[in-house]
Unconditional design. Structure first.
Length: 647
């Protein structure tokens, strides 16, 4: 019965199965693959009907926003379904192209695409890569079908799905020249001209596309940069081993085709054209895209963060290359033995289909970062502040709050907080406005260091959220969420408490006292000596409950005596531990020295800490000490700890 099934019905059955499977994966998911750009694109798309200017928002990708917006009105699941349809249509076009290229086993290209490890999860997201892949492979398909006009018009819109589309347009230009369709080459500018004219009436700027481009210049000061071969090194996350092997064979197959064509001097003009188009539009598009992103990450350009998932945009091309590789592997010997042929196909598919389910992103659930953001959002929705204006930048928070992210009366983006204050004064921020500062976007994209907002007396810290396990995010920060509220009156910062230790009387809260010394003192009869045998100084230990509750800053100072700059590598340490001894927080600051009284060889040594002690239980302990990393010899005396707060 299976043998008698028509190709059309088999294709329909396969696509229906994939549609049901991937819809269930998204519907049953508690999390999304990408809670950053994916959520942001979804929000732009969803609210574009309410705020039409978002249809021209360059970062959001105008053509993606336009086409996806009907789906996104149904929520995040709607944009997931949109990307699923993009994957279905892309796989159908790959199937048709495989048949036109006379590749055997064309059904396999559908599975190759869906189960490519880096393509698989983008379906469960609001990312632009699946739609980019559809527009690209759709343009290629139309070229193969000799629909040059529509192919050229469609591909001209590619840069408005992802900016990298500009790099692929020259490949279509070359094919049009080869096909002797020179009169159609100006049509490659159709998308740009159309959006230029439409956008002019909003921006009043004929060159708004260039001026609104968010990916100009270098960005490595925020996102960093890396190795040129970053994407090659991470090939396993892109293809997995099995598809990776097929991709390599597919590349070999391209060279074999070109060499064979040159050697045999193919006379069939149609075959010759298809060869040119396969090499330029399928292999070429992938290569240009791959090389460009490798260079972007290497040089820290074009907003590149070295994200592997960007390659999902050219995975339809990759799937066809992999099928070419599979055709090269399937030697005539294998084909003559149907059992052997079927066994090889089943074996390859087993490894390909199971691979994505073994990746760290599956099953789709809230990761530690998303979980903390959800906790913060859920707390806010139940609080008395839930109707107040909110400043934030983490996209997932907007999804949790289910708030119109582009209504200036309800929300503001964190990076606009201080520019607004600078331009219009602090009164431009309504009293009781709530600010969500997160360690991922706050110090990076928003350029607001934690200590700057902690020390801003216009904002009162009201809540903190920390992950159960340490989670390091962009910039090397430990992920956390700090919630502030705009105070009606400017708070007054002052010293709330001072602890002074002259080291003469050794109380119960002084530990590690074996380092006491009488040979050199600033005052009294004793000091603390650090040396090769005394790596750590005397330690001050207190309970969090003993520290003033409104403490925002702690200054540690002492007198220090040294020779030959022996304390240059030493650190002042502050740590917080549970009652069982588990470390919850550790920070080390370099010692800042000044000469103090020039008549004395003892110098003033200081270190400054910005703190949020509300994040810890009252029974936790806090410790202060010096770490003599270089194990050199120097002395400290008259240790003072000052606690600064606001009233």
């Amino acid at each position: 019965m299976i043998k008698n099934i028509s190709e059309k019905n088999a294709l329909l059955l396969l696509l229906t199965g994939l549609l049901v499977l991937f819809f269930l994966l998204s519907f049953c998911a508690s999390g999304t693959f990408d809670s950053g750009d994916g959520i942001r694109h979804y929000l732009v798309s969803r609210y574009s009907w309410k705020h039409p200017d978002l249809l021209l928002y360059s970062w959001g990708k105008p053509f993606f926003t336009l086409i996806s917006s009907p789906f996104s009105q149904f929520g995040l699941i709607g944009v997931n379904v949109f990307n699923l349809f993009c994957a279905i249509l892309s796989s159908v076009l790959c199937f048709k192209l495989a048949k036109q290229l006379k590749l055997e086993y064309p059904f396999l290209v559908i599975l190759f695409l869906f189960f490519t490890p880096i393509y698989f999860p983008t379906i469960n997201s609001g990312l632009t890569e699946p739609f980019f892949g559809l527009v690209l492979i759709g343009s290629v398909y139309l070229m193969f079908r000799n629909n040059y006009f529509w192919a050229t018009a469609l591909v001209s819109l590619l840069p408005f799905v992802r900016t990298e589309g500009n790099l692929i347009l020259p490949l279509f230009f070359i094919v049009l020249l080869y096909r002797k369709k020179l009169f159609l080459t100006p049509l490659l500018a159709f998308g740009t001209l159309a959006y230029t004219v439409i956008g002019y009436f909003y921006y009043k700027d004929l060159f708004w596309i260039k001026h609104q481009n968010p990916y100009t210049g270098s960005n490595y000061n925020i996102y960093g940069k890396g190795e040129l071969f970053h994407f090659l090194i991470n090939h396993d996350f892109i293809w997995g081993n099995t598809l990776g092997i097929l991709f390599l064979f597919g590349c070999v197959g391209a060279f074999f085709l070109i060499f064979s064509s040159l050697k045999k001097k193919v006379e069939d003009k149609e075959k010759r054209c298809f060869l040119i188009e396969e090499v330029l539009l399928i292999y070429g598009s992938f290569t240009v895209y791959f090389v460009a992103h490798s260079i972007f990450w290497w040089k820290g350009l074009a907003g590149s963060l070295g994200l592997i998932r960007v390659l999902a945009g050219v995975m339809p091309c990759s799937a066809l290359i992999c099928l070419r590789g599979f055709n090269l592997i399937m030697l005539p010997f294998f084909k003559r033995n149907k059992f052997l042929e079927s066994s090889i196909i089943v074996l390859f598919l087993f490894f390909i289909i199971t691979n994505p389910f073994k990746q760290e992103y599956f099953p789709y659930k809230l990761d530690a970062e998303q979980t903390l953001i959800k906790d913060a959002g859920d707390w806010f929705k139940k609080s008395m502040l839930k109707d107040k204006k909110v400043f934030y930048l983490h996209p997932f928070l907007a999804n949790v709050l289910d708030v119109d992210s582009f209504d200036p009366k309800k929300v503001g983006e964190l990076w606009g907080l201080y520019p607004t204050i600078k331009a219009y004064g602090i009164s431009s921020i309504p009293d009781s406005t709530v600010i969500f500062w997160d360690a991922h976007f706050g110090p990076n994209e928003a350029a607001i260091p934690l200590d700057s907002i902690l020390n801003d007396l216009h904002f009162q810290l009201i809540k903190t959220f920390n992950t159960k396990e340490k989670l390091t995010v962009l910039g090397g920060y430990d992920f956390s969420v700090y919630v502030f509220m705009k105070s009606k009156n400017r708070q007054k910062k002052e010293v709330t408490s001072i602890d002074f230790y002259d080291l003469e009387t050794l109380g119960a809260n002084l530990l590690n006292t074996f380092s006491m010394d009488t040979s050199h003192v600033f005052s009294g009869k004793r000091s603390c000596q650090l040396s090769e045998s005394a790596e750590y100084s005397v330690t001050v230990k207190k309970f969090i409950s003993e520290v003033p509750a409104n403490t925002r800053n702690i200054d540690i100072s002492c007198k220090l005596l040294e020779q030959n700059n022996d304390s240059k590598d030493a650190l002042v340490i502050m740590s917080v531990d549970t009652d069982s001894g588990k470390n919850l927080f550790w920070d080390g600051k370099s010692i800042v020295l000044n000469n103090g009284d020039n008549r004395s060889p003892w110098k003033n040594a200081t270190a400054h800490f910005v703190v949020n002690l509300n994040a810890f239980q009252k029974e936790c302990s806090i410790k202060f000490y010096l770490w003599n990393k270089a194990k050199k010899t120097f002395w400290i005396d008259d240790l003072k700890i000052s606690y600064f707060g606001a009233k």
